[in-house]
Write a protein that binds this ligand. Structure first.
Ligand SMILES: [Zn+2]
Length: 91
């Protein structure tokens, strides 16, 4: 998975908004109520598993990617085969 392009900084803010939108509880010591723990090597947001609904964030992020031509060009391929990829990620 190290061929994933690095996320441009302006979209990181969008990702943070999505994480905040999909938090399931109000007080979280793991992420200090930010909804994320940090970013990975690709500058992608590492959401908080304790308070953020990961499935919902992933869905919202996929929609955002599809609606944003620049992101679609960078990441669209990674979402095309949704079901098989999800299975692969879980197993
Ligand atoms: Zn949290």
């Amino acid at each position: 998975m190290d061929d994933i392009p690095r996320l441009p900084e302006q979209y990181l803010e969008k990702a943070k908004d999505l994480a905040r939108l999909h938090r399931k509880k109000k007080n979280c010591k793991a992420c200090y109520d930010r909804g994320y723990l940090g970013t990975n090597e690709q500058n992608l947001l590492v959401t908080c598993h304790k308070c953020v609904d990961g499935d919902e964030v992933t869905k919202a992020w996929c929609s955002l990617v599809r609606e944003t031509p620049e992101l679609d060009a960078m990441y669209g391929d990674y979402f095309e085969d949704d079901d098989s990829k999800k299975t692969a990620a879980v197993s």
